[in-house]
Design a protein around this ligand. Structure first.
Ligand code: AMP
Length: 436
């Protein structure tokens, strides 16, 4: 059997690639209005960055990262040797840690400087169980804003995320915006202990995984899909009752700004998100159509401690990422028309082989003038050249035969109107440009 792509790693064929381009262009346009500029950071980083940044106990880091080795380093490992930290690399499971590392490395937020507003787009890798909307290589567009703590930043990021979805074609009524506050290092530890104590009281009603989570990060139990755990966690202490005055004021202001902008949202005390670095505001957008069980089409939050975790000076931060493939599923369910690859303005059909040089020359003049042109490259009969032109959806067909060529002419047929005209060979390109 021919070799297939690995499970969960999909090819992006020309039509997919066209839409991915369009998707990024819309993001650049919308996020650009809010002052975000695009960066590109490496696909692989030192594993240590993700361990320190995302958190060792998270599913993403403990189970889902793809480690990557040079052949030589792999041999060292297989021989029982150890690698230096610098040589232990992983494919990025998300974009935030790498962007924050870059901000720290290049000092993009000098003390007293303006916030760094950055956007990125590209593939991410997680060894997850593959299902509809859940891949091992998937594409995200994301933003990170470093250096600003004010709730205006949280609100504007959420607003621009919702604006992006609408601009790309997802109707507002198909989406649900969930928000929550995770508190800060002052109020969260006590809250986490309160949840752990509550879970201790209900240990025999919780699944094994939640009992393990209880010891490492009890808040993750809010994410459990098990019905019994859901029921227990519905009665757990709520973060909203445990926020310190500063976190409460920050959260109230974020909501106020969202309301000012007319953004509807739902508060969800269960929203804790899977990564350890979040503080204060967290949010997620869920779609109602097309994505099945994987309804989250984007999400993010504030991470005021992350820059320090990766060795930088204290720098507040906030970001989000949205999933390209899941958005595409939602858009398919909404009936969106996607761009189609390979538009062809002119197909040049040769009546016989004697005109091929003239056809080749005409094809090249078309392309040089910005007109997409094609001809047959497989020795097809005239009839099958017409079929090929149809298949390519050619807007016009030029029919070039020895008689026409002897008179320095070519016949142009408009495929939509079926109008035909005989034009001078040297006027063919300008005629096509005039009728476009
Ligand atoms: P996260 O980094 O987990 O917050 O994910 C942000 C967004 O990326 C999600 O809302 C999804 O739309 C998308 N996403 C995350 N994991 C996957 C995956 N395994 N396959 C496809 N899309 C994903």
């Amino acid at each position: 059997m021919a070799i297939q792509s690995p499970t969960g790693f999909n090819d992006m064929l020309p039509d997919d690639e066209l839409f991915w381009e369009e998707f990024q262009a819309v993001a650049r346009q919308v996020f650009g209005l809010y002052g975000y500029n695009q960066v590109e950071v490496p696909i692989a980083e030192q594993t240590e960055l993700f361990v320190r940044g995302i958190g060792e106990a998270t599913d993403v880091v403990s189970k889902e990262m793809f480690a990557t080795f040079s052949g030589e380093n792999l041999k060292t490992l297989l021989d029982g040797g150890n690698l230096k930290s610098k040589s232990r690399l992983s494919l990025r499971p998300e974009g935030t840690a790498g962007v924050v590392r870059a901000v720290v490395q290049h000092d993009l937020v000098p003390q007293g400087g303006a916030p760094a507003k950055l956007m990125y787009a590209g593939p991410m890798f997680r060894a997850e169980r593959v299902q509809k909307g859940r891949l091992r290589q998937f594409h995200q567009v994301g933003v990170e804003c470093l250096g600003a703590e004010e709730p205006t930043i949280d609100a504007e990021a959420i607003i621009m995320l919702m604006r992006f979805y609408e601009k790309v074609g997802i109707p507002a009524e198909k989406m649900n915006l969930l928000i929550n506050s995770m508190g800060c290092e002052k109020c969260r530890p006590a809250y986490r202990e309160a949840v752990r104590a509550y879970m201790d009281q209900h240990a025999d009603e919780l699944c094994e995984t939640c009992n393990t989570r209880k010891e490492i990060n009890p808040l993750r139990a809010f994410d459990c899909k098990n019905d019994g755990c859901k029921e227990v966690m519905a009665g757990a202490p709520r973060i909203s009752d445990h926020l310190c005055p500063d976190c409460k004021a920050h959260y109230d202001q974020v909501r106020e700004y969202l309301e000012l902008a007319g953004i509807s949202y739902e508060e969800d005390y269960k929203l804790v998100r899977g990564l350890d670095y979040y503080t204060r505001t967290v949010f997620e957008v869920q779609a109602s159509d097309g994505v099945g069980a994987q309804s989250a089409i984007g999400g993010g939050g504030r991470y005021d401690k992350l820059a320090e975790e990766v060795g930088g000076r204290p720098t507040p931060g906030l970001g989000f990422a949205l999933g390209f493939e899941r958005c595409k599923l939602v858009l398919e369910a909404c009936g969106k028309e996607f761009p189609k690859a390979a538009k062809c303005d002119l197909f040049i059909a040769c009546v016989d082989a004697s005109v091929r040089s003239a056809a080749f020359k005409l094809m090249q003049s078309c392309r040089d003038a910005g007109v997409t042109a094609e001809m047959d490259h497989q020795g097809r009969s005239l009839k099958s050249q017409f079929k090929l032109a149809d298949k390519m959806n050619a807007a016009n067909v030029a029919i070039l035969g020895p008689d026409e060529l002897a008179n320095g002419q070519v016949k142009l047929r408009n495929m939509a109107t079926h109008d035909e005209m005989l034009v001078k060979l040297e006027d063919a390109v300008s005629t096509l440009l005039a009728t476009e």
